[in-house]
Design a protein. Structure first.
Length: 133
């Protein structure tokens, strides 16, 4: 693990987490809540369980570590490409498979898949930029 930057992993995980916060509140929060059947009143009166945030960060660290191993020391541009490829080719594809069985709207799929693709692209660029040749 000497070739993986721990700082890069942490920054990538925090960036993914922060993107999720913005994505599911400011950018697409209203649409996502509507797709989930959560009213604005329910959302306003309910505090999220802090354990969800802990798990989100831990999972983001695992994702960042996996991307770091895939990217190696090839730099930011390559990391961006790998992140985008993994985001579309694996992340969005898995969500699409789930979408078929969950009977959710296409809009719901686009919101979630968009987050995965943008987030993994961002993470790939970050871990790629922090890897040492």
């Amino acid at each position: 693990m000497d070739d993986i930057s721990i700082v890069g992993l942490v920054i990538a995980a925090l960036a993914f987490f922060a993107l999720g916060g913005v994505w599911y509140t400011v950018l697409f929060g209203k649409a996502w809540r509507a797709e989930m059947g959560i009213s604005e009143e329910e959302a306003a009166g309910k505090s999220p369980d802090p354990l969800m945030f802990v798990w989100s960060i831990l999972v983001a660290l695992v994702i960042a570590g996996t991307l770091a191993k895939l990217v190696g020391a090839c730099g930011t541009e390559y990391g961006l490409k790998v992140g985008a490829g993994v985001g579309v080719g694996i992340g969005a594809a898995i969500l699409a498979q789930n979408y078929v069985y969950e009977s959710r709207s296409f809009r719901f799929f686009l919101i979630n898949a968009g987050y995965v693709v943008v987030g993994l692209t961002l993470m790939g660029a970050i871990v790629g930029g922090f890897q040492t040749p």
